[in-house]
Ligand binder design. Structure first.
Ligand code: IVH
Length: 699
C-alpha cells in the first residue's frame, strides 16, 4: 500500500483520531482525570492502528503514533489469563438464588455440603503481579481485562507500604501470578488530599480515585509518596497449584508474604455466608478502608473449574453489594420519555439532591404499574436510591409529607410527542406488568430519533461525530434537503450536501474540519459486520448477543433477509429454521416477524442496504473438534449436568440444539435416551456416549 495516496477523508479521520487520543493521554497522565474508559480508549487506538496498517503513509504524517507510544503512556501487558469481573447480587434472597444456581449447575445433592468463602469486596483497583522463579517481574492493572498497563516501576516503589514481596519463598511455583486489590486507607487518603490542597494541587473525590491516580503516576517517585496498600485474593497463571481450595490458595499467599484480608471466612452453607455478610457490614465503619460488598466464591477449585465462566464473570463467584444509598427529595414533575420501540417510560423530575456523592435530578419510575404501586404524586416527597452505576430509582413515597390536594397520576392515553394513541401490551413474562407503547411506530418523531440514536451508537454503527445532539439537529435541519430521517439518509448526506446551496459547514456548531471528519466517519462505516448491522436495526428483543447468534446462524445478509421475510410472511419452514437456532425464543421470533412485516420498515431497510457492504458473519474459530458443529445432548449425563455440558460445548464453539434435525452433527447420548436416538438413527446422525464425548473434548 505504501506509495498509494491516502484518501483525504481517511487522512482527516486519522488526524482527528490522533488529536483525540493525544487529548485523552493528557487528561489521563497529567490530570489523573480520564473522561473515557480504558476500553473506549483502546478502541480509539485500535482504530488508529488499523488505519495506519492499511495506509502506512499515515504513520509519517502528523499524529502518526504506532510503535511509538507517547512518552509517559504505560506500556501494555497482555494478561496470561484474563482478569474477570464479578456478577452482583443486591439482597439475601438473590444471594440464595446464586447458591441455588451453583448447586443446580453442579447437580449437587441437597444434603451434601457446598462450601463458599466470603470476604470483603475492596473498593480499589485490581492488580496482577507476575513472579518468575520467585522474582517479581511485572505488575499490571486490569485494563480491559485482556490487556492492562505495565505499572511495575510504580509497584516497586511501594513494596514497603503495600507489603507486596519482591521475592517469593522457594515453596512458590516457578510461575505465579498473584492478583488482588490496590487501595488507600481513609487516613492516608485524607492526608494526601490535605497535602494536595495545601500545594494547590488536585484533590481526589474518593480513596479509589486517589489510589488510581497514585498508581498511574509517570514518575515512580510520586507513587512512592503515596502509601498504597494491597490485599491478595486471586491468581492468574500458576505453573503449580499450592492448594485445592480458594481458602487454601489465599492461605498460601499469606505464607508467601502477601497481605490477605483477615475477614475472609470459609462458610459451609448459605446461612453462614449471610451471617458473615452481616458481620462484615457491621465492621464496615471501623475498617479504615472502603469496601462496597462481600464476595462469595465456591471454595473447591475443582468445582470452580467445572462451573467456569459466563461472558466475563465466573459462575462460581458473586459480589453481594451493600444496600444503595438513599436520600429524600421533592418530586417536581413526571415526564414521559418515548423510547426507540415506542415504550413510554415515566421519569421523575426531582428537586436536585446528593445521593452517595452524586447530584441526582432525574430518576426512573419504570412504568405505569410502578407509579400505581408507589402511588406517587407530583409534589410528593420521595425516597431516591442509587446503587453503583445503576440509574437512580424512586423507591418510596414519604406518606406523612404529602401536600394537600396532590392528585393521583394519570398516565397519558396519547403519546406526548406525536399524539398517537397509547397501546397497552402485556410483557412476555407478565411479571413486569404491562408496557405502554406509542402506536405511532415510525410516524412518531421520538421513535425515529431514538431509532437513529441507537443506529449510530457505539455498539451499532459507531459513527464518530454523529451523537445525540447532531442526530437531533439533522432530524430537524432547517434545510429540508439536508435532513436525516432514517438510517439510509446518513449515507446520502455527503452527496446531498454537495448539491445543497446551504452547506452543513455553515451551520453553527459545524466547521469545514468537523464536516470532513463526519463524512470520513460515515464513509468508514459503509462496510459493516452482519452482527452489528442486525443489532443496529433496532428490532425489539434483538440485543447484541441475539444479533450475533442470528448473524452466525444465517451466515450472510441475503440469507438473513430471506429468512426474515419468510418469517414475516408466516412460512412454517422459516419458523422451524429459526426455532432450530439455539437461544432464539418466541419473543425474538415475533419481533422479527413484526419488524419485517411492516412495509415501511422493509422499505427503510432496503434503502439502507443499498448504501452498504455487509460482511458475512465470522464463524467461530475451528480450533476445537466441535467448533461450528451442532450438538444435541440426550438422556442422563453422569459426569456433568446438562447445563454444564451445554456451557462446555458452547465455550468450544459448538451450537447446542434441543432437538435432532438434518442440521445436527452429533448426538451425545446417556442412559435413558429415547426418541432423539431414533430420530438420529433415521437421519443418519452420529451418536456417541458421554465417555466418548469427554475424550473428544479432552476430558
Ligand atoms: S475476585 C474471578 N475478590 O471486584 C474473580 N474481586 O467486580 C476475580 N474486587 O475486578 C475477582 N475485592 O477488582 C475478587 N475480594 C475480592 C475483591 C474483588 C474487590 C474487585 C476486583 C474485580 C472487581 C469485580
Amino acid at each position: 500500500m505504501a506509495g498509494v495516496p491516502v484518501p483525504p477523508a481517511l487522512a482527516a479521520e486519522h488526524a482527528r483520531l490522533a488529536a483525540e487520543i493525544a487529548e485523552h493521554d493528557r487528561r489521563y497522565h497529567q490530570e489523573d482525570a480520564p473522561v473515557i474508559s480504558d476500553a473506549e480508549y483502546d478502541a480509539l487506538r485500535r482504530r488508529l492502528e488499523r488505519l495506519e496498517a492499511e495506509h502506512p503513509a499515515l504513520r509519517s504524517m502528523a499524529g502518526g503514533t504506532v510503535g511509538a507510544a507517547p512518552s509517559g503512556k504505560f506500556a501494555k501487558i497482555r494478561h496470561a489469563v484474563p482478569m474477570l469481573s464479578l456478577g452482583n447480587v443486591f439482597s439475601g434472597e438473590e444471594a440464595r438464588d446464586f447458591v441455588a444456581r451453583v448447586r443446580r449447575f453442579l447437580d449437587w445433592p441437597a444434603e451434601q455440603e457446598l462450601a463458599f468463602t466470603a470476604e470483603p469486596k475492596i473498593d480499589g483497583l485490581s492488580l496482577s503481579l507476575r513472579y518468575e522463579s520467585g522474582a517479581l517481574v511485572h505488575a499490571a492493572t486490569r485494563g480491559d481485562g485482556a490487556e492492562g498497563e505495565d505499572v511495575t516501576a510504580n509497584i516497586r516503589a511501594v513494596l514497603a507500604s503495600t507489603g507486596i514481596p519482591a521475592q517469593l519463598p522457594a515453596e512458590a511455583p516457578a510461575i505465579a501470578e498473584i492478583r488482588g486489590e490496590i487501595y488507600l486507607g481513609h487516613a492516608d487518603f485524607a492526608a494526601i488530599n490535605a497535602r494536595q490542597a495545601e500545594a494547590g494541587g488536585k484533590v481526589f473525590a474518593n480513596p479509589r480515585n486517589a489510589a488510581a491516580g497514585s498508581l498511574r503516576q509517570i514518575d515512580p517517585a510520586v507513587t512512592a509518596g503515596r502509601p498504597l496498600r494491597f490485599f491478595a485474593y486471586a491468581w492468574g497463571e500458576m505453573s503449580a497449584m499450592p492448594a485445592m481450595t480458594q481458602s487454601g490458595m489465599v492461605a498460601a499467599f499469606a505464607r508467601w508474604g502477601f497481605p490477605t484480608n483477615p475477614l475472609m471466612r470459609r462458610c459451609p452453607d448459605v446461612e453462614a455466608l449471610l451471617a458473615h455478610y452481616s458481620a462484615i457490614e457491621a465492621a464496615r465503619p471501623e475498617l479504615g478502608y472502603d469496601i462496597d460488598g462481600v464476595v462469595y466464591k465456591v471454595d473447591d477449585l475443582a468445582l470452580q473449574r467445572r462451573l467456569g465462566f459466563v461472558a466475563r464473570a465466573p459462575r462460581w463467584a458473586v459480589a453481594h453489594k451493600f444496600a444503595a444509598e438513599r436520600a429524600v427529595t421533592r418530586l417536581n414533575a413526571i415526564e414521559i420519555q418515548v423510547g426507540r420501540t415506542g415504550a413510554l417510560t415515566p421519569v421523575a423530575k426531582l428537586e436536585p439532591v446528593t445521593v452517595g456523592g452524586v447530584v441526582v435530578a432525574n430518576a426512573t419510575l419504570h412504568n405505569a404499574d410502578e407509579i400505581a404501586r408507589l402511588d406517587v404524586r407530583v409534589g410528593d416527597f420521595v425516597v431516591v436510591q442509587r446503587a453503583g452505576d445503576v440509574i437512580p430509582q424512586v423507591v418510596e413515597v414519604v406518606a406523612e409529607r404529602r401536600p394537600e390536594g396532590a392528585q393521583p397520576y394519570i398516565f397519558p392515553a396519547h403519546c406526548p410527542v406525536c399524539g398517537s394513541p397509547v397501546r397497552i401490551e402485556a410483557t412476555g413474562s407478565g411479571a413486569e406488568g404491562a408496557v405502554r407503547r406509542c402506536s405511532g411506530e415510525l410516524a412518531c418523531p421520538a421513535q425515529r430519533i431514538e431509532h437513529l440514536r441507537h443506529f449510530v451508537s457505539r455498539r451499532a454503527f459507531d459513527i464518530e461525530g454523529l451523537g445525540e445532539k447532531q442526530i437531533e439537529f439533522f432530524y430537524e435541519c432547517p434545510v429540508e434537503h439536508l435532513r436525516v430521517r432514517e438510517p439510509a439518509d446518513i449515507f446520502t448526506l455527503q452527496a446531498r450536501n454537495e448539491t445543497s446551496l446551504q452547506k452543513i459547514e455553515n451551520f453553527e456548531g459545524f466547521g469545514k474540519t468537523s464536516v470532513a471528519n463526519l463524512f470520513a466517519a460515515i464513509a468508514a462505516r459503509r462496510t459493516i459486520s452482519l452482527e452489528r448491522f442486525i443489532f443496529a436495526l433496532g428490532i425489539r428483543h434483538v440485543g447484541e448477543t441475539t444479533a450475533k447468534i442470528l448473524a452466525r446462524a444465517a451466515g450472510d445478509w441475503p440469507a438473513f433477509a430471506s429468512l426474515a421475510r419468510r418469517i414475516a410472511a408466516g412460512e412454517a419452514d422459516a419458523e422451524a429454521e429459526l426455532q432450530a437456532i439455539d437461544q432464539i425464543g418466541p419473543s425474538v421470533r415475533q419481533a422479527l416477524a413484526d419488524f419485517f412485516a411492516r412495509p415501511e420498515t422493509g422499505a427503510m431497510v432496503a434503502r439502507l442496504v443499498a448504501e452498504l457492504t455487509i460482511l458475512p458473519a465470522e464463524r467461530p474459530a475451528a480450533e476445537s473438534p466441535v467448533a461450528g458443529k451442532t450438538l444435541v445432548f440426550t438422556g442422563t449425563l453422569e459426569r456433568m449436568t446438562r447445563d454444564e455440558a451445554k456451557a462446555r460445548a458452547e465455550s468450544l464453539g459448538a451450537k447446542v440444539a434441543g432437538s435432532v434435525s438434518k442440521k445436527t452433527d452429533l448426538v451425545v447420548a446417556g442412559p435413558g435416551a429415547g426418541s432423539k436416538l431414533d430420530k438420529a438413527a433415521e437421519l443418519g446422525v452420529k451418536v456417541i456416549s458421554e465417555a466418548e464425548w469427554l475424550t473428544l473434548i479432552g476430558g
